[in-house]
Structures are given as structure tokens and as C-alpha cells.
Design a protein around this ligand. Structure first.
Ligand SMILES: [Zn+2]
Length: 261
């Protein structure tokens, strides 16, 4: 074959390969922008400073004090009523809506598994904010166990994979624990509805008991916080020191956090 023929043959082959690939996997950002796997606007969403969102999660509020009348403590007037203290700090990159929601759905349900490699480093600052004040040398990252039905439907445990990607970024040690499936009857009462009951397998409890340092719970989206509450309960029952939780997005954000940081 003449060198020029050979070059044009390779050129054709490259063109065919490129077209085939773009048919199979079009380069498109989850927000819809063409020609890029993740556009600048969506990258900026992931680079957002993590926000504390636990006060927006109903299921995480603990009743800490009740006053029948206003009480003055120093210069501060505490109104009559009930104080709510969140069970644990929860950090999120943003609100579960718009492009951030599309990005999470593309990763979880749309087969864009490569996004885990972009989400993992985005969560590092949040993990650091929880661990830095403790001075702990190591932290274990525990994904919320996915329900078996979700794992079968999607063919993959997304949160566990995200935590493994976070370990590769140096965020901490991934610690995947298994939960025993709970029946539909669980969590029926008004009290239990606040908690998604999570029962760790005996093997996972033994693994948890051998973990020396503190742990951070990792999940994709927080809504009421009932899953995080259940996970917090399961881990503290196993003797773990839970520093808080890090999620990608929160169904609700505290007032003033929508781009007005
Ligand atoms: Zn985008």
C-alpha cells in the first residue's frame, strides 16, 4: 500500500471510529451541553463550597429544650417553645434541582458512571471540614448501604463506588458495610418513620468494631434525613464515632445559600 493511501485509510478508519463512538456515547454534559462530558457551568456546581444543611432535614432534629415562657440568658432572649438540635452535621454541595439534579441522575440512572471520578474530588473539602477540627489522622468513609432492589435495578452500588473513588483521591478509607434487608413493615409507626431502619449484618458489625478512628457517612442526596438518622444509629450502636455526613445535594438548602455565599 502506498504511504499516502495508507494515511487516508487510517484517516477513514479514525473518522468511522469517531462517528461510531459518538453514536454509542455522545459527548454530552448531563445538563444537555454538547461536545463535552462536563461543561464549565456544571464543573462550577461541583466546585461550590459545601454548605451545612442538617437544619433543613426534619428527621435529624432532636428536641433539646422546652420553655413554657420566654427566658433571658445573659443578653439573649430565648422564646417560649422547643429547641431543635440536629443529630449530626450534614454538608452538601448544593440544592437537588436543575443541573446538579441532572448530573446526579445521569450518574445514578443514566449510565454515566465516569461522573464518579468528578464527584469524588468535589466532596473532599466537605470531608475535610468535618475531620479537621478533630485532628484525626485517618477517617473512614462509610457509604449508606443501597437497598438490594436498587442495586439489582441499576446493576451497581453507586454510593459504594463513589466512596472507593474518594479513597483514590485521598479522602479517607472506604468502609463498605452490608445492611440486612428490612421488611416493608419496618418504619411504619410515626416515630420510626423518622428513621429508615438500617440493620447491619453481623459481619459488618464486627468490621465496624475494629475501625480505630472516626467515620463520615456518605450519601448522594439527603431529603428528610431519615436514612442518615438510621445509618447514624446503626454505626453508633456498633461503637463507631460518627463525625457527620457528606452528600452531593440536599432537597432543601438553608435560607441565603442559593448563590449568595
Ligand atoms: Zn453541564
Amino acid at each position: 500500500m502506498h504511504p499516502e493511501d495508507s494515511a487516508s485509510w487510517w484517516g477513514h478508519l479514525r473518522e468511522i471510529a469517531a462517528q461510531t463512538c459518538s453514536l454509542v456515547a455522545p459527548r454530552q454534559c448531563p445538563c444537555g451541553e454538547e461536545g463535552t462530558l462536563l461543561c464549565a457551568r456544571c464543573i462550577a456546581l461541583l466546585e461550590a463550597e459545601p454548605q451545612r444543611v442538617e437544619q433543613c432535614c426534619d428527621a435529624l432534629q432532636e428536641l433539646s429544650a422546652a420553655r413554657v415562657r420566654d427566658v433571658r440568658v445573659g443578653a439573649q432572649l430565648l422564646p417560649a417553645g422547643v429547641d431543635h438540635t440536629p443529630l449530626l452535621p450534614v454538608l452538601a454541595l448544593g440544592e437537588y434541582e436543575g443541573d446538579l439534579q441532572r448530573l446526579i441522575l445521569a450518574w445514578k440512572n443514566g449510565g454515566m458512571l465516569h461522573l464518579a471520578a468528578r464527584l469524588a474530588p468535589a466532596l473532599l473539602p466537605a470531608v475535610h471540614r468535618l475531620t479537621a477540627p478533630t485532628g484525626a489522622a485517618t477517617v473512614h468513609l462509610v457509604p449508606v448501604p443501597s437497598q438490594r432492589s436498587a442495586r439489582l435495578r441499576r446493576g451497581e452500588d453507586h454510593t459504594a463506588e463513589l466512596v472507593r473513588a474518594m479513597q483514590r483521591c485521598g479522602a479517607g478509607h472506604a468502609l463498605t458495610l452490608e445492611a440486612r434487608p428490612t421488611t416493608a413493615q419496618d418504619g411504619q409507626g410515626a416515630r420510626q418513620r423518622r428513621t429508615r431502619r438500617i440493620v447491619l449484618s453481623p459481619r459488618s458489625i464486627r468490621r465496624a468494631q475494629r475501625v480505630p478512628g472516626p467515620v463520615v457517612i456518605i450519601d448522594d442526596v439527603v431529603t428528610t434525613g431519615s436514612t442518615l438518622r438510621g445509618m447514624h444509629r446503626a454505626l453508633t450502636d456498633a461503637g463507631m464515632d460518627v463525625l457527620g455526613a457528606v452528600v452531593i445535594a440536599s432537597a432543601r438548602m438553608p435560607p441565603g445559600s442559593d448563590g449568595t455565599r
